[in-house]
Design a protein around this ligand. Structure first.
Ligand code: SAH
Length: 217
């Protein structure tokens, strides 16, 4: 944690990234402000410090990657988050996306299947004193204890739409999830219209690490 220093250089690069995100079509000022409030380089190995504010994914350990900033911003925008909403995130990873959601005023519940990533992300949440509960477990099953959720965000590529997650969504709620069997997934937004019905919208193709079953210690 000793490298959690935010220099003028970092701040300058961050502003540039935010400008880039805006040019790529991210419209919501609140999301751009959240990207300014959460220094992405805090979530990366010192080796990536220089590149932390480029639109790239980086290794975060356990064979996983932090998502591209644009992907984080795009998924967040699709979620249409309002303050105080309860959000379930599957795939905590570095915790960067979790912190962006917290910065928007959401109450976040996030699940990660790799123990070392879970532990590291927990420290980041504590560093920012955010209102988030992090769980080590298999996110494919969601978390019934705190359901139902206003929003569900899946940050790993799911082979299909996990029905159990739709069950844990409030009626009127939204779930954003990349779905696909291979290396690429379609970004889907699911609107739960009643206890038994939902509609699906599609928002382009993305590449995520796969959603896998079982936990890894
Ligand atoms: N939001 C993260 C993205 C990390 S990549 C970030 O910004 O850093 C996706 C993460 O999903 C990986 O850490 C991976 O371990 C996790 N994951 C994959 N399958 C999972 C599952 N079934 N339950 C919980 N987490 C899972």
């Amino acid at each position: 944690m000793e490298h959690l220093k935010d220099t003028f250089k970092h701040k300058g690069r961050r502003r540039q990234l935010i400008q880039e995100l805006a040019e790529m079509g991210i419209q919501d000022e609140r999301i751009l402000n959240a990207f300014d409030a959460i220094p992405r380089h805090y979530f990366l190995d010192l080796a990536f410090d220089e590149q932390a504010y480029t639109n790239m994914a980086f290794q975060i350990g356990s064979g996983q990657t932090i998502s591209h900033p644009y992907t984080v911003a795009f998924q967040t925008e699709l979620l249409q988050i309002q303050k105080s909403q309860r959000i379930l995130e599957i795939g905590t990873g570095s915790g960067f996306q979790t912190c962006i959601l917290c910065a928007l005023g959401a109450k976040v519940f996030s699940i990660e299947r790799h123990q070392p990533l879970h532990t590291k992300a927990k420290r980041m949440i504590e560093f920012f004193s955010f209102n988030a509960s992090l769980f080590f477990g298999d996110g494919y099953k969601g978390n019934r204890v705190y359901a139902p959720y206003d929003r569900i965000l899946v940050t790993c590529g799911a082979p299909d739409i996990p029905i159990v997650l739709i069950e844990q969504l409030k009626v009127g709620g939204l779930m954003v999830i990349p779905v696909g069997e291979g290396a690429e997934q379609k970004m889907l937004r699911i609107h739960k219209s009643s206890d038994t019905d939902y509609s699906t919208e599609e928002f382009g193709t993305f590449k995520f690490v796969p959603m896998l079953e079982r936990t890894v210690k």
